[in-house]
Design a protein around this ligand. Structure first.
Ligand code: NAI
Ligand code: MG
Length: 364
């Protein structure tokens, strides 16, 4: 089977960090015999500049056909005054929506060399490796009715939390499948104590477990307690599955347990395509960082680790993904740092290219 990959560098530091990923993709082709059919296209402001829209129809069609889309970042001050309908972020939203990427995977993994960047004590986070699976296409961000309405002479703001059984079922399955490739443990989080959608969530997750994943250890937790436990002793978790709103909050909390934005990858997965591989979009958690764009300062690790996730979840190359993650870990342990990872005064940071060079050297 050929491995197809669509690269969308986007705006700001997107193209800078993606240039390093491209070199790493080439390394896997040359040294590990992993050939990728790579194509590149425009998204965000870069697409707006050329097409007048943040994602052209032709790009959308290509994204639907490839095994994995790898995106840099979108947005920037140049586009802030654009109409909402053509804002760079809309390009990314269109990709997520039309590919129906319902499972957002956000790992929180602590590289030992960076444990002191955490807001928590070293022994609480060192060795941490958890995965938050956030439902991404339904829930309170999409439910109807929504809006601001007039009622009895005052305005009322309304959003609706809404989940169907099938929406819960498919994201639960994604979480159980992942758990089997990791620590075999899932904790499902909702507020079944105060929300009917939470009661249904808990029932469906339990039913999916009992029917098809009885070998995976399943627990349930109220999401507010989950937030506390994430800060108290995060290593108790392996995979956490939760809805769109709670997942938004909890994944940001988990992210900060491990330190820098420049290190955080993500994946968004949809239903399997004809070849059995899921529709998939991989991207760093960070944005286009206009404050450092064009200066060669950006940390490419988040984007590189997003490609490692693609190796594992789209191309079934878990060993090669681990190889790449270990190269990043080694480089950090050797003290190689981009500016965002500097703590000591007076030390010299490496450039984006310098970090790419070091990771390639570690891979060799
Ligand atoms: P941001 O993530 O771009 O930057 C926040 C801070 O972190 C900045 O100081 C930046 O320099 C730093 N930073 C981020 N990534 C870094 C990296 N790889 N290496 C070193 N430092 C890094 O978020 P911000 O400033 O709120 O948004 C900037 C633009 O990015 C906006 O237009 C926003 O809409 C867009 N954005 C896009 C996202 C995406 O493409 N998925 C996500 C978040 C924001
Ligand atoms: Mg958020």
């Amino acid at each position: 089977m050929t491995n197809t990959l669509l690269i969308l560098p986007g705006d700001g530091i997107g193209p800078e960090v993606m240039a390093e990923v491209t070199r790493i993709i080439d390394w896997f082709g040359a040294r590990r015999g992993l050939k990728f059919g790579v194509s590149e296209d425009l998204v965000g402001g870069a697409a707006y500049d050329v097409h007048g829209v943040p994602l052209a129809d032709a790009t959308m069609a290509r994204a639907q056909q490839v095994d994995a889309v790898l995106l840099g970042a979108v947005g920037g001050p140049k586009y802030d005054s654009l109409d909402f309908s053509v804002k760079p972020e809309r390009g990314l939203l269109r990709l997520r929506k039309e590919m129906d990427l319902f499972a957002n995977l956000r790992p929180a993994q602590c590289f030992d060399a960076l444990a002191d960047f955490s807001s928590l004590k070293r022994d609480v986070v060192s060795g941490l490796d958890i995965m938050i699976v956030r439902e991404l296409t339904s829930g309170v961000y999409f439910g109807e009715p929504r809006g601001i309405f007039e009622e009895n002479g005052q305005r009322v703001g309304i959003n609706t939390q809404r989940y169907t059984e099938s929406e819960i079922d498919r994201v639960a399955r994604a979480a159980f499948e992942l758990a089997r490739k990791r620590g075999n443990k899932v904790c499902s989080m909702e507020k079944a104590n105060v929300m009917e959608s939470g009661i249904l969530w808990r029932e469906v997750v339990q039913a999916v477990h009992d029917a098809d994943y009885p070998d995976v250890e399943l627990s349930h937790m109220y999401a507010d307690a989950g937030g506390m436990q994430l800060c108290r002793w995060p290593k108790q978790f392996d995979v956490i599955v939760t809805d769109n709103l709670f997942g938004d909050l909890l994944s940001d909390v988990a992210a900060m347990l491990t330190g820098s934005l420049g290190m955080l990858p993500s994946a968004s997965l949809g239903a399997p395509r004809a070849n059995g591989r899921p529709k998939a979009l991989y991207e760093p958690v960070h944005g286009s960082a206009p404050d450092i764009a064009g200066q060669g300062k950006a940390n490419p690790c988040a984007c590189i680790l997003s490609f490692a996730m693609a190796l594992r979840y789209s191309f079934d190359q878990g060993d090669e993904a681990t190889r790449l993650e270990q190269a990043v870990e080694k480089v950090l342990a050797d003290g190689v740092r981009t500016a965002d990872l500097m703590q000591a005064e007076g030390a010299t940071p490496v450039s984006t290219r310098g970090m790419g060079d070091a990771i390639l050297a570690a891979l060799d």
